[in-house]
Design a protein around this ligand. Sequence first.
Ligand code: FES
Length: 259
Amino acid sequence: MSDVQLGMPQLPAPDYPADVRARLEADAKEVIARYPDSRSALLPLLHLVQAEDGHVTRTGLRFCAEVLELTVAEVTAVSTFYSMYRREPSGDYQVGVCTNTLCAVLGGDAIFDALRRHLGVEGGGTTDDGKVTLEHIECNAACDFAPVVMVNWEFFDNQTVESAKALVDDLRAGRTARPTRGAPLCTYKETARILAGFPDPRPGAVEASGAAGPATLAGLRLAKGGTPAAHVGPPRGAPAPDGPTHGPGPAEHTEEGEE
Ligand code: FES
């Protein structure tokens, strides 16, 4: 059941324990100092309390309201507007299947349906072991690599039903699952802290490239006087690769060369 209740008034939310409150206040002070107007820090502070609790709890809403001198109603209104703030407890890994048009027709719908049955949860649901939350996601500007699955906002490109099932099996078993581009995976709470604006502690994460694909870069290449490529994407129907990478290797993402 949702932690944010609309309708009947509720008792005031409990505060964080004193030690947690002190730690979060120190973090919040650092975030607020980045903005000329403190209320502008609300979005990162919602990520901060999400990093603490795994979702935006009533206690988290109260905390944000108090440190920013806003009402709980104002904070709740913002937190319920954006889909990146969760209202319910979630898994360590948010597995988002892109079901926007291009990904959907190239297999995203089939992947989502297969994962729904494989995991035994509906969209927004979390597996009993607390590891995986399955979600529909909207286009993440990775259409070159459709169909795309994102785990805690890291890319798993060119997925198939089988590679996606293997991916969630690895996540649930604690085996390494390496994104096809960008930084290595971390947990949902760790991701939320990074989104709050704190340093990314993952080795190599800042240097890791999430380079655009050949199809995206084709227009730029033409504008610079290049010639159209006969084929700008990986061949369809290629077998799923072996090993911990659930999709093509980084080299395939830059086969046309980065501009
Ligand atoms: S439609 Fe899926 S990433 Fe764009």
